[in-house]
Design a protein around this ligand. Structure first.
Ligand SMILES: Nc1ncnc2c1ncn2[C@@H]1O[C@H](COP(=O)(O)OP(=O)(O)OP(=O)(O)O)[C@@H](O)[C@H]1O
Ligand SMILES: [Mg+2]
Length: 246
């Protein structure tokens, strides 16, 4: 097998609430296969966002090891981790998190400015990305002048700006109607195939669950089951997911 894009080994995470430690993830072992759609499914509070934050190096585990793109996270200082995150990981949030005073093009350009990319190259990259998500004609609109689906497409373009290996998306279609959600899903699939990006989503959206190559079911901070589609075969991941949900 190709090297996993991420590995979790015995990962534990708890939060301090007043004077009690509340365990949120308990001994999570997980392999994220490269170049696929991995979906995290589980009831509210089961630890999906916490797990995404750990995968995204936004947070560190209390115990256990995490590797992303072959890099052991605990070997990096906070500054190194933040650089590593910028160059390897893209984020798409449920509420898009676009900067309201910047145009669509400036939002996509922002991570490239932070990365110190030279302006001409930056603008070319932004044009290509906005083209890829079908928003070339909305480059100068600010988020408030875009529809929800268009905002989400800007967020995807921004997440892809630095050509990350891994894109994490926390319920990326939750605020969209089902048709727009399906279009966003198709767009992400296209991006995944074009750039061989690995996507990890948390989602309750049946369209996304159906599209999962690997479906990870979390319950109370434990991985209850993992259903991996054998490569090249249309396994019945969706049916299993349906059973789990009902
Ligand atoms: N910063 C925090 N401080 C204390 N507890 C937290 C914190 N963040 C999350 N939790 C707790 O950790 C548990 C898991 O939260 P998490 O956000 O990972 O769940 P989730 O599966 O993403 O849920 P949802 O589907 O509602 O988004 C919850 O019980 C939550 O209350
Ligand atoms: Mg969540």
């Amino acid at each position: 097998m190709e090297q996993p894009v991420a590995l979790l080994d015995g990962v534990e995470k708890s939060y301090q609430m007043d004077d009690v430690q509340v365990p949120v993830l308990r001994k999570v072992d997980l392999v994220i296969r490269p170049g696929l759609f991995t979906v995290l499914l589980g009831p509210s509070g089961s630890g999906k966002t916490t797990l995404l934050n750990l995968l995204g190096c936004i947070d560190r585990p209390d115990k256990g090891d995490i590797q992303v793109a072959g890099q052991a996270i605990d070997r990096l200082s906070d500054d190194e981790l933040s650089d590593f995150r910028g160059s390897h990981i893209g984020f798409v949030f449920q509420n898009f998190n676009l900067v309201p005073v910047l145009t669509a093009a400036e939002n996509v350009e922002y991570p490239l400015v932070l990365a110190g990319m030279e302006p001409e190259r930056r603008r070319r990259r932004v044009r290509r990305l906005l083209d890829a998500v079908g928003l070339a004609d909305r480059a100068n609109n600010r988020p408030g002048q875009l529809s929800g689906g268009q905002r989400q497409r800007v967020a995807i373009a921004r997440a892809l700006a630095r050509k990350p290996r891994l894109v994490l998306a926390d319920e990326p279609t939750a605020n969209l109607d089902s048709q727009t959600g399906a279009a966003i899903l198709a767009l992400m699939r296209q991006m995944q195939e074009a750039f061989n990006i690995s996507f990890v989503f948390s989602s309750h959206d049946h369209n996304l669950i159906n599209a999962a190559d690997d479906l990870i079911i979390l319950r109370d901070g434990v991985i209850q089951s993992i259903k991996r589609k054998p490569s090249g075969a249309a396994a019945s991941v969706a049916e299993d997911a349906g059973n789990t949900l009902s």
